[in-house]
Design a protein around this ligand. Structure first.
Ligand SMILES: [Zn+2]
Length: 340
């Protein structure tokens, strides 16, 4: 793909690429990219999604990328949130991959993960049973920009953070699915999401807040401990462990309580130190890296979180959230103002 030379822009704008190998399959207007030269991703989308909405998603992507750092190669697939559009975009995705990767097989097409109300992340790379795939990161989003929660900002930040997680696992070190899941802080069978989804959900709310959605993190967390909402607090008793939470635990409590756990962790440390922890995943693995960075084992943290949760009023919990948001904001400001 020819690289256009852009002048450095202070604000993100959309550009429609001019020439691509995919123009026969994907119309030019379906294919947009960030103009921030430090953040390169291509957005493929259902043709009926209009420019202002595309801009919202691109801005959310650019914000997440500037915050976490660029992750390449990144494709974002945004479908209108109805089955007809999703089926069409799945077909385009399949045609696109078949053209791009010479050994991509038609049978892989069912793994697109593009669909109605589907927001997810897929790390594509060659493995024995699925050879020939060019390594890349794929974020799939269903257009939910009009939703108050799970809008463009939080879903983009959540899925981008999954790319951050997986880009920190060296495929030469972690060669099996089980080892990658374990060192992402899930169980080997990938069924326990408190860390992987809790952190992605934390950053979904936290970054949405930074993108101007006032109270996004607080509102996200509040839902899960509201007896008229997720009611997840009812799961926490003296025997509770974060590892009890599964993907299919009711009301997505694995996500919500996982996000509370990450909030608690970061309130004791900082976002910078939490993100730096990922740099230790390759040399140390998840559990040792955790102890090294946070001064307690994962099991100790599990107990500390439970105790904190059970002995702290909701008001104090929310004060912890507010204090975290405020302190991270002043941290960012002082960094921006300090001489480089
Ligand atoms: Zn997720």
């Amino acid at each position: 793909m020819p690289q256009s030379v852009f002048t450095m822009l202070l604000t993100t704008v959309l550009s429609v690429t001019s020439v691509t190998d995919d123009t026969f399959l994907i119309k030019q207007s379906d294919f947009v990219k960030s103009r921030n030269p430090d953040c390169e991703a291509v957005l493929y989308h259902s043709p009926e999604i209009e420019s202002p909405v595309l801009r919202e998603y691109i801005e959310a992507y650019t914000f997440a990328c500037e915050y976490f750092g660029d992750i390449r190669t990144m494709e974002i697939w945004l479908t209108s949130n109805n089955e007809g559009a999703a089926a069409q975009l799945r077909q385009r995705w399949c045609d696109h991959r078949l053209r791009l990767d010479s050994s991509f097989r038609e049978s892989y097409c069912r793994d697109s993960q593009i669909g109605v109300y589907l927001n997810n992340y897929v790390h594509w790379f060659s493995v024995d049973w699925r050879p020939g795939i060019d390594e890349h990161h794929q974020v799939n989003l269903a257009d939910q920009h009009s939703l108050e929660s799970d809008g463009a900002e939080s879903t983009m930040a959540h899925e981008f953070f999954h790319a951050y997680q997986y880009s920190h696992l060296d495929l030469d070190i972690y060669q099996t699915w089980e080892s990658r899941d374990l060192n992402m802080g899930r169980s080997e069978d990938a069924s326990k999401p408190w860390h992987s989804e809790g952190s992605a959900s934390f950053f979904g709310g936290f970054l949405a807040e930074r993108m101007g959605i006032s109270g996004a993190l607080r509102n996200y967390l509040a839902y899960y401990i509201d007896s008229n909402g997720g009611n997840c607090q009812a799961l926490i008793d003296e025997a509770f462990s974060l590892w009890d939470l599964e993907f299919d635990t009711r009301n997505n409590c694995g996500y919500g309580l996982g996000a509370w756990a990450i909030t608690f962790l970061i309130s004791q440390h900082s976002i910078a130190s939490y993100l730096a922890f990922y740099d230790d995943l390759n040399p140390y693995g998840f559990f040792e890296a955790w102890s090294k960075n946070f001064g307690q084992t994962v099991d100790e943290f599990d107990v500390n979180f439970r105790e904190w949760f059970l002995t702290t009023s909701d008001d104090v919990k929310f004060e912890t959230v507010s204090a975290l948001v405020v302190s991270e904001q002043s941290e960012m400001l002082s960094q921006a103002m300090s001489p480089r």
